[in-house]
Design a protein around this ligand. Structure first.
Ligand SMILES: O=C(O)CCC(=O)C(=O)O
Length: 286
């Protein structure tokens, strides 16, 4: 049996000062949608499909089709590749599940770095790691939180996106697979019979429009669905404390070393099933 969940809304703030952001959102770790974050960015006008195609249309880019929860692949593995220009034509032609993930466009078009800036919001931005995310209508990214526990500032440049968030404390109710940052729930149509604990927690939902920036606090779970083809830019920032940063490194080690090693030793499918069973056992006790 499947069913719909209801979601809470996310604060939308047009002019958020540094102090308000720190006190009301960063410190309590609450998500917010900001209009002021990218208000003065030339990128919002300039980064059209044609402009990007002219600048690096020939670059071969990895594409991802399936969700994070995939028993046979490392979730960071791409499924195919294509010249960027061809991919941009494809997403403009109609719906496609193919999306680009963590694309470092600035390696190929360094001039794009002039088109945005890092507002002073009291966080330490990882300035070497801005990433472009591009997807076709109907593409989606399964629910997860960022492996290194960084804060995410995702600005929608073109197109619209549906975002669902859950707080970092909800891992067990989301049937988190041990050693990973993901689970097996499909938020396009969550199966509440298989995952009944989902009914006990509250998620948040919003639609991002061009010019919106959503702040996703460290370790907050996010599911993303492209309601139309679109491009977004993600800036990331370190968690504030050293123990939180160390936990981020430990998380990378758990997923990239231990989880993958065990998967190779006992077989990916069997290991995936064991993690799913383990997640259900933990959820029952939650
Ligand atoms: O917007 C996307 O395609 C994915 C964004 C994401 O998962 C992230 O920034 O961590």
């Amino acid at each position: 049996m499947t069913s719909q969940l209801s979601y809470l809304s996310i604060d939308r703030r047009d002019n958020l000062s540094r102090e308000e952001f720190i006190d009301q959102y960063l410190k309590p770790k609450r998500p917010v949608i900001m209009r002021s974050f990218a208000a003065n960015w030339p990128a919002l006008e300039k980064w059209s499909y044609d402009y990007l195609k002219q600048g690096c249309g020939d670059v071969e880019v990895p594409l991802y089709s399936e969700a994070f929860a995939n028993s046979d692949n490392d979730y960071l593995d791409s499924t195919q590749s294509m010249p960027f220009g061809e991919y941009l034509d494809l997403i403009q032609a109609g719906p496609t599940p193919l999306r680009m993930f963590l694309f470092n466009v600035f390696k190929h078009m360094p001039q794009l770095r002039e088109d945005f800036s890092y507002p002073d919001l009291g966080v330490t931005f990882l300035k070497n790691h801005p990433f472009l995310f591009v997807g076709g209508q109907d593409a989606y990214v399964d629910i997860h939180y960022d492996l290194d526990h960084s804060h995410v500032f995702l600005t929608q440049m073109t197109g619209t996106k549906r975002v669902i968030l859950y707080g970092s404390e909800n891992g067990r109710h989301l049937y988190q697979h041990p050693l990973t940052v993901s689970c097996n729930i499909d938020f396009r149509n969550p199966d509440l019979e298989r995952y009944p604990k989902l009914k006990d927690i509250h998620g948040y939902e919003c639609i991002l429009e061009p010019g919106d920036t959503i702040f996703i606090p460290s370790r907050w779970w996010h599911f993303i669905e492209y309601s139309s083809a679109g491009i977004s830019l993600t800036l990331r920032a370190l968690p504030e404390t050293w123990p939180a940063r160390a936990a981020g490194l430990a998380s990378i080690f758990k997923l990239k070393v231990i989880d993958q090693y065990v998967g190779k030793m006992i077989g990916e499918k069997k290991w995936y099933q064991m993690k799913e069973d383990w997640a259900h056992a933990r959820a029952r006790k939650a």
